[in-house]
Design a protein around this ligand. Structure first.
Ligand SMILES: NC(=O)C1=CN([C@@H]2O[C@H](COP(=O)(O)OP(=O)(O)OC[C@H]3O[C@@H](n4cnc5c(N)ncnc54)[C@H](OP(=O)(O)O)[C@@H]3O)[C@@H](O)[C@H]2O)C=CC1
Ligand SMILES: O=C(O)[C@@H]1CCC=N1
Length: 285
């Protein structure tokens, strides 16, 4: 990126923090970033890092190239209502809120003059904090190629980006990679517990488990082999891995994981129904 866009983070909590840290680590000057947050300690934290902070929406937001909406889905409609008068005519709105549909975002941010707001839904994940995130993106129909490019540039500073075709696919991305780090951390917790049960220390177990997950992921990414083949290469006939995988199969490990992802996907739909109501929409624009 030749010059970093001016980005306003609306909500400066965990996920905004991962993106801000990622941007700063990749050379974005703090002066290009604004954080609007109601929580005073959060504002103090970002102010100490050299970012401009706001307690409420004001004209500083109007001059920003991008608004990155990073409040909880439950808070987003109220935040949109309060901030919309400050939306610049060329501002791109990128929401990372789980479940809140593009149609809701367009209704909240569109105006009579500009009914199909420049809105993109993005679903990053917390490995963004170490530049290893992956973000799924979907755009409203009025979004231009340049705006897509802008969103790609921003999110790719913290990892990979994958564009999808529809809103519902962003709910699927949420269930897979948005929530996915928690599944992996749970898996590591399980490996650590298993290591301790088998006589290793907590520290030894943690080092072995984390390095195994990181190394296996890197092998899967870099090897030309499908993951099934990689799994088969570990699994000697009559050996230790086969004994472990048999137990996983008996206890329906795969089915459990798929059911968990379906629950996450369903929850995204519920968040949309509960908190994505559009009655403050274009009629007011
Ligand atoms: N955590 C994750 O792994 C991921 C989360 N997301 C999405 O990111 C979004 C943010 O999640 P997360 O970072 O975990 O949430 P956080 O609660 O950590 O951050 C939200 C921040 O917004 C503040 N806030 C609340 N109301 C307002 C308001 N009216 N105006 C400005 N700021 C406000 C909150 O303050 P206070 O605490 O005082 O309420 C808090 O500091 C969510 O929509 C989530 O679905 C997306 C991808 C991954
Ligand atoms: O749990 C959540 O709702 C958010 C969305 C993806 C990860 N965390």
């Amino acid at each position: 990126m030749v010059e970093f866009p001016r980005i306003a983070f609306v909500g400066g909590g965990n996920m905004a923090g991962a993106l801000i840290e990622g941007l700063l680590a990749r050379g974005c000057p703090p002066s290009r970033l604004v954080v609007l947050d109601v929580h005073e300690p959060t504002r103090q934290k970002w102010q100490a890092r050299g970012l401009e902070v706001l307690e409420g929406p004001d004209s500083s937001l109007t001059g920003c190239d991008v608004w990155l909406l990073a409040v909880k889905p439950q808070q987003l409609k109220e935040v949109a209502q309060a901030a919309r008068p400050c939306l610049g005519s060329d501002t791109l709105v990128v929401s990372i809120a789980a479940g809140i549909a593009l149609s809701s975002l367009c209704a909240w941010f569109g105006t009579a003059d500009h009914p199909w707001a420049s809105v993109i839904r993005a679903m990053p994940n917390t490995p963004a904090l170490v530049g290893q995130g992956v973000t799924g993106l979907a755009a409203a129909s009025g979004v231009t190629d340049d705006q897509r490019q802008l969103a790609t540039q921003i999110l790719s500073t913290v990892g990979e980006v994958v564009w999808v075709d529809s809103d519902d696919q962003i709910d699927a991305v949420t269930a897979l990679s948005g929530s996915g780090p928690a599944y992996v951390f749970r898996f590591i917790e399980g490996m650590v517990a298993g290591g301790q049960k088998l006589g290793l220390s907590a520290q030894q177990s943690q080092s072995l488990a984390i390095a195994t997950v990181a190394g296996a992921a890197r092998l899967a990414a870099q090897s030309g082999d499908p993951v099934e083949t990689l799994r088969e290469k570990v699994t000697s006939k009559g050996g230790t891995t086969a004994a472990a995988l048999d137990v996983m199969q008996q206890r329906q490990f795969l089915e459990t994981l798929v059911a968990a992802m379906q629950a996450a996907h369903q929850r995204a739909g519920e968040l949309s129904a509960e908190f994505g109501r559009t009655e403050i929409g274009r009629a007011e624009g």
